[in-house]
Design a protein around this ligand. Structure first.
Ligand code: 5CA
Ligand code: ZN
Length: 373
């Protein structure tokens, strides 16, 4: 499983947390079913937002990236998100990108711009199957390409959608040596190279938020497929809905971020945040509100009280239902309802199993990542 990681120029907000939590549940469900999971995640620690923020704050972009990456990892640990096996920065993988770009140029899938800055672009028509990942029509592709970091109007490109693979060095920008001149990696090739070199072709799951469907995942797949004789890149794509606040998308530009680290500082139990995010389905766009957090806190207290009881109804059936709901496209709302129902029985004094409370706590810990005892 490859899940696109953060661009570490600012702290983790609840939108990021919701996305990584979704893949944490995927990871837990697969492990529960006896699979070994090779989980890879990148860190986009070479990118314009990082340089801009570092300039603004008068710090080195590497220090900014390292600091925000550490904060993200601390947030994920607090949320009990199981860490990936490979956690790879763009800085660490520049040589992998250089090698991939060299191959794409050599095979004719990429071309070098005849320009003061000889940037390297990927030909959108390099693979026959281009477009299958998003399934978007051309107008939608054009819109998202322009909105999400693409450069449709760059003079000299052969096709407006051709995607940047290698950005030639500009004065004042960090760069690395390469056979095609000094420069730095484009965004999509970073994820293609990191994923392919660790998981190989036809790995099972490529994940991220819905905003990555196009152009990012489309081009990561196309780059990977152009590198491997059209062997399919990822077998499945999983995309999470967007989290907003007070009716707006949660985003830096709107200034409406709820930070995981701030909630932690305020003494909020990360398990309550987890329950708040899991109460709704991962594919729906949804809002984070004070009420969501309050429900998470209340539910956590209820579950902990029930798990501390001396006896309760048999656990096996409840655990079965939790597993079935999770297997049904990660239906966490129903999985939480099943545990609620068991708690309700404990509260009314139904059930005499002395082992049930501990069994429930163990299953909730393993499958949902919530510690009850
Ligand atoms: N570094 C790239 C991926 S290679 C990147 O998109 N970084 S990011 O920091 O902008 O986003 C990290 C992850 O959080 C992505 O999967 C993105 O889709 C997801 N994400 C960002 N904002 C939200 C949001 N409001 N709700 C849900 N997920 C979000
Ligand atoms: Zn990515």
């Amino acid at each position: 499983m490859y899940v696109c990681g953060i661009t570490p120029y600012d702290a983790t907000h609840l939108g990021h947390a919701a996305t990584y939590l979704t893949f944490d549940i995927v990871n837990r469900v697969l492990r529960d079913q006896g699979h070994e999971v090779h989980y890879v995640q990148n860190v986009t620690d070479v990118d314009d937002p990082l340089f801009e923020r570092a300039d603004r704050d008068g710090i080195d972009w590497r220090d900014l990236g390292a600091r925000e990456t550490q904060l993200f990892r601390d947030d994920m640990t607090a949320l009990r998100v199981l860490p990936p096996r490979d956690y790879i920065g763009a800085v660490e993988s520049v040589n992998e990108v250089v090698e991939a770009v060299g191959k794409l140029v050599a095979s004719g899938a990429a071309y070098i711009l005849d320009d003061e800055y000889p940037d390297i672009y990927f030909r959108t028509d390099a693979t026959e199957q281009f477009g299958y990942e998003s399934g978007y029509d051309r107008a939608t592709m054009d819109r998202f390409f322009a909105e999400r970091g693409g450069d449709p109007d760059r003079p000299g490109k052969r096709h407006p959608l051709d995607a940047l693979l290698w950005r030639a060095a500009r004065p004042g920008e960090p760069s690395w040596e390469s056979p095609h001149g000094p420069g730095r990696p484009g965004w999509h090739i970073e994820c293609s190279a990191i994923a392919l070199n660790r998981l190989g072709v036809e790995f099972d799951i490529q994940g991220g938020g819905q905003d990555l469907i196009f152009p990012h995942h489309e081009f990561s797949a196309a780059h990977g497929e152009a590198l491997t004789d059209s062997r399919r890149f990822a077998r499945h794509y999983v995309h999470t809905g967007m989290i907003g606040l007070d009716g707006e998308k949660m985003s830096k530009s709107l200034g409406n971020l709820v930070l995981v680290s701030r909630l932690r500082q305020q003494g909020v139990d990360p398990a309550a945040v987890r329950l708040g995010l899991l109460e709704s389905h991962y594919r729906t766009d949804r809002m984070w509100t004070d009420e969501v957090l309050e429900r998470g806190v209340a539910r956590l207290n209820r579950w902990r009280t029930a798990a501390a009881a001396a006896v309760g109804p048999d656990a096996a059936d409840v655990i079965d239902r939790v597993r079935q709901h999770l297997a049904d496209d990660l239906n966490t709302p129903k999985a939480l309802d099943a545990v609620d129902a068991w708690c309700a029985d404990v509260e009314t004094g139904i059930g005499r199993s002395a082992s049930a409370p501990e069994e429930i706590a163990t299953a909730v810990d393993a499958l949902l990542g919530i510690t009850l005892r």
